[in-house]
Write a new protein. Structure first.
Length: 677
């Protein structure tokens, strides 16, 4: 059934709400039901209608009227689909024998009619009944029976719900790793089908598995997703489960106020609609929470409610009474222990006061004793010597640290020089290749020319002469190109001057971007990445120290290319551990410049260097500009590049910032103030 049709059903049901009490099947719903083309569409129509009346306390009476209505109209499929819904409701309130009996009756009917969707829903109801009755092996078995049917019908929603039932049953059976794997498959099918109910059910089960595995951060993410989506869908059952899961989570993290808050919130949703096993779990969380904080009265109150609810669900009165007696005994023992501890503390207080008085008398006598004074002086002298020794050690360590820092800075400079050299070599190699190739061609052509002269073939001599001339022009062109590259590099590597000079910032950004790329390619032939530029041509030249800003840019480019290369070498897969389809990833580094509007006679030039790598974890973003801090493997980074870059930009009166999202990429932003005429 299409989502549009389902929306029409819900709207019509709302409009006919006042008539629902008097009619087994309102006219608006009956028309949609009769217009359904398949048994599956009829089942979805009835389920949508029954879901609407599932919360007002009249479910069973209305369901009985519907069953009679379909019996009178001889619509067996409709009658047994209603019976399946009542089976699920009986399971919710803890009447498992009736729930299982009705589900088995429906299964027998649908099997006789070869109604695949009805058979699938019967297996789901049987799985739900056994799950609620804590028979998890049977629940898993019935849920697995539905998978071949869902696969045959090619229905991703049915597959999602089957794997979700399997996942939650494994989790309750203390096999949470297996449960998580099945819940992940359920989420993937839900995302593929774009079904909201299946999606928040899958998210909820993943959250519960993470709670069992004590991975509370991951659990919180998926439970919150489930609550948001189920609230948007107004599914009270899922809302009650989600808030109950939050109570369980915070009980695990020992955040008792939050655990109690969400347990009460879940009770407010679950109690009116008689979801008894959710009510039972919330009472359990409340009594365990109060028990942890030794609030024995409240703990005992909720323990009694928990045992009463569990008894009504599972008919195990003797066990409940035994646990209640044990709990009372535990409370009495705790109270007796508290009285004993109070009495012991009182005696200890008296003894402590007596001992303290005696100690003060002895201390006064010893204080006036000259021998104690001498011992004290010796102790002070020893401490002074120890302090001096520690001071000498600290100064020695500081000196060694400074030497190490100097060596690391030199190492960083040499590394930068090596990267520049590799880039320059690559840039010059292209024009030199042209010069060498055309020179060799001309040598061969001259030999041919001599032969043609000897033959007296003037036409061929002229043709060869023209070709030699053209090659000489190309040699001259590429020679000048190499000369320009060398002069440009010398211009940017001058160390004799530290004065600022007018510099084309766009050309500088482009030049060092290509040097960084070619330098990395020279060191690693397998390295490959795309880079893009977006320069503001209105900037013109600005006063900077080009070799210093070039060093900053080179460091940022190298880091960006390193990040995208690292992500490229670690292929990603879509959500779900069993997926074998890799995500297509294109490593890209983007450089932009633009001039902000002037303010007070000054403007801001912004340079951004972005990559789509793995990003920087939030817990270390604040540390990246600290000296010697690096995330690269040992021997691949000194941890000084960003620190030196930060100092260079500050020396130019600017700022350098970072914006990073883990898993998405990183953007470094340089702000350089410039005067505006």
């Amino acid at each position: 059934m299409t989502k549009q049709l389902l929306s029409i059903i819900l709207l019509l049901l709302f409009l006919s709400a006042n008539k629902c009490e008097s009619q087994p099947l309102p006219d608006s719903v009956r028309k949609v039901y009769q217009a359904a083309l398949t048994e599956k569409e009829k089942a979805i129509c009835l389920q949508s209608y029954l879901d609407l009346i599932n919360y007002d306390g009249t479910f069973f009476s209305r369901a009985a009227k519907l069953i009679q209505y379909f019996s009178d109209t001889k619509d067996d499929a409709g009658r047994y689909y209603v019976i399946l819904n009542t089976s699920n409701k009986y399971a919710d309130i803890g009447n498992y024998p009736i729930a299982l009996s009705q589900a088995l009756q429906a299964l027998a009917h649908f099997q006789s009619q070869n109604d695949l969707y009805g058979i699938f829903q019967s297996y789901r109801s049987l799985a739900n009944c056994n799950y609620a009755a804590q028979k998890y092996d049977q629940a898993i078995a019935y849920a697995k029976m539905g998978i071949p049917i869902a696969e045959k019908m090619k229905d991703d929603i049915m597959l999602s719900k089957s794997y979700n039932s399997i996942g939650t049953s494994y989790d309750m059976a203390s096999k949470s790793d297996t449960g998580l794997a099945n819940a992940t498959i359920a989420v993937n099918y839900a995302l593929k089908s774009n079904d909201l109910n299946a999606l928040y059910s899958g998210y909820g089960t993943k959250g519960e598995c993470f709670i069992s595995l004590k991975q509370f951060d991951s659990a919180l993410i998926y439970i919150k997703k489930s609550i948001v989506l189920s609230t948007a869908d107004n599914n009270r059952f899922a809302m009650a489960w989600g808030t109950s899961d939050l109570s369980s989570l915070f009980l695990g993290t020992n955040e008792q106020d939050s655990a109690r808050y969400y347990a009460h919130q879940s009770l407010q949703i679950a109690t009116p609609i008689q979801y008894q096993f959710i009510v039972m779990y919330n009472y359990e969380y409340l009594y365990r929470s109060f028990e942890k904080t030794n609030a024995t009265d409240s703990a005992f109150k909720y323990f009694k409610r928990y045992t009463a609810t569990r008894d009504s669900l599972y008919s195990n009165n003797k066990t409940v009474q035994m646990e209640g007696t044990q709990f009372n005994q535990k409370i009495q023992m705790q109270e007796e222990q508290q009285r004993t501890i109070l009495l012991q503390n009182k005696y200890r207080t008296y003894a402590l006061l007596a001992g303290l008085t005696l100690f003060l008398i002895v201390a006064f006598i010893l204080y006036r004793n000259n021998r104690l004074k001498q011992k004290t002086n010796l102790l002070l002298e020893k401490e002074r010597d120890e302090s001096n020794k520690q001071k000498d050690n600290a100064q020695k360590a500081l000196s060694e640290l400074k030497d190490t820092q100097t060596q690391l800075i030199q190492s960083e400079k040499m590394a930068s020089l090596g990267e520049l050299t590799a880039g320059i070599a690559h840039e010059i190699q292209n024009p030199l290749n042209f010069v060498n190739n055309f020179s060799e061609i001309n040598s061969e052509l001259i030999c041919e020319l001599v032969e043609e002269v000897d033959k007296g073939n003037t036409e061929e001599v002229k043709i060869l002469s023209n070709i030699i001339k053209e090659n000489e022009e190309k040699i001259n062109h590429h020679g000048k190109r190499a000369d320009a590259i060398v002069k440009g590099m010398l211009q940017h590597s001058r160390s004799s001057s530290v004065n600022k000079e007018p510099t084309d910032i766009n050309a500088l950004c482009d030049e060092y971007l290509r040097l960084s790329y070619h330098g990395l390619r020279a060191k690693d032939k397998s390295f490959n990445a795309d880079f893009k530029t977006d320069f503001d041509e209105s900037i013109g030249k600005i006063n900077i120290i080009p070799q210093d800003i070039g060093r900053v840019l080179l460091n940022l480019y190298n880091n960006a290319f390193y990040a995208v290369n690292a992500k490229k070498n670690c292929p990603l897969t879509p959500e779900g551990e069993n997926s074998n389809t890799p995500i297509i990833y294109e490593p890209t580094v983007t450089v932009k410049t633009f001039l902000n509007s002037p303010l007070g006679g000054r403007g801001i030039i912004t340079i951004t260097v972005s990559d789509n790598g793995n990003g920087i974890p939030q817990n270390i973003v604040d540390k990246i500009f600290q000296p010697f801090f690096t995330t690269k493997p040992t021997g691949q980074g000194t941890g000084l590049g960003l620190s030196i870059s930060y100092d260079i930009v500050k020396a130019h009166g600017g700022e350098i910032k970072v914006d990073s999202k883990e898993g998405e990429g990183t953007k470094f932003i340089i702000y350089l103030p410039v005067p505006i005429k």
